[in-house]
Design a binder for this molecule. Structure first.
Ligand code: IPE
Ligand code: IPE
Ligand code: MG
Length: 248
């Protein structure tokens, strides 16, 4: 028996002014942006980092509550070591340069994924940024780093199995809420909209559980070309969608 949804976010809507609370973006196409200009891939990643800054500012101005950005997947370790090092170097540089700016602008930084596997200095920088921005409320900016939805669900399953083995949890009592309370996203509002840039039409192991009833938007723009106009267009498209959650 599936209970009717009581959550107000579950109500269908058609209002053009409706702003999604939680938007997630698969920021794809940096490499192709660079190749099209006969530049090294890192040039695309650098331009991609500029697009992150513009998009974060635009999201805050539009009143989006949570912006989750897929920055490095658990599968991206398969890339050549030099590209992984370039991506980590860029993350390090951006964190050093932007951490205080993020704090001053009222943004709260969070990370999903097993980021403790990154270089220790990066883990420390991330922990510092998370700590100094923890009380900010204007926009929650979530970076998915070494994130994979399948890993996340394995992690949740292990926690549930441990609790059951210890006798703290009766398997009969496991429900959707049990799983949601153990996801990396447990303290975030439900995912409303997933945007993927660059024309690829797949989720690439991103927020598989959370995307159950999210609206999906695949656009051809390459990530370095994304910005406030593209975000505005995405939110307008979202506002035209009718969410039904299996009901009528
Ligand atoms: C997205 O751009 C950045 C990361 C995955 C870190 P890509 O590097 O995947 O760019 P394409 O897909 O090769 O164009
Ligand atoms: C998804 O992009 C991961 C990030 C944007 C961080 P990829 O470029 O890694 O995805 P695939 O390999 O094309 O599926
Ligand atoms: Mg890609």
């Amino acid at each position: 028996m599936i209970a009717p949804l009581a959550n107000s976010a579950a109500k269908s809507h058609k209002s053009a002014s409706f702003v999604p609370r939680h938007v997630a973006i698969i920021m794809d196409g940096n490499g192709r942006w660079a190749s099209a200009r006969h530049l090294p891939r890192i040039a695309g990643h650098k331009k991609g980092a500029d697009a992150v800054k513009t998009t974060v500012r635009a999201a805050a101005e539009m009143g989006i509550e949570v912006l989750t950005l897929y920055a490095f997947s658990s599968e991206n370790w398969r890339r050549p070591a030099s590209e992984v090092a370039d991506l980590m170097g860029l993350l390090r540089l951006c964190l050093r340069q932007e951490m205080h700016n993020i704090k001053e602008r009222g943004i709260c930084l969070k990370v999903i994924g097993d980021y403790t596997r990154l270089d220790q200095d990066l883990v420390s920088l991330l922990n510092q940024a998370i700590e100094i921005t923890a009380n900010n409320t204007r926009l929650t900016l979530v970076f998915a780093l070494n994130y994979g939805a399948q890993d996340e669900l394995v992690h949740v399953t292990k926690r549930i199995a441990e609790q059951a083995r210890k006798g703290d949890l009766d398997p009969e009592d496991i429900d959707v809420g049990t799983i949601e309370s153990l996801l990396y996203t447990h303290d975030l509002p439900p995912l409303d909209l997933v945007i993927r840039t660059s024309g690829e039409k797949r989720l690439s192991n991103f927020l598989l559980w959370q995307a159950a009833y999210a609206e999906l938007l695949f656009i051809d723009t390459l990530w370095p070309d994304f910005g406030s106009e593209a975000l505005k267009a995405a939110v307008e498209e979202y506002a035209r969608r009718e969410r039904r959650y299996g009901g009528l």
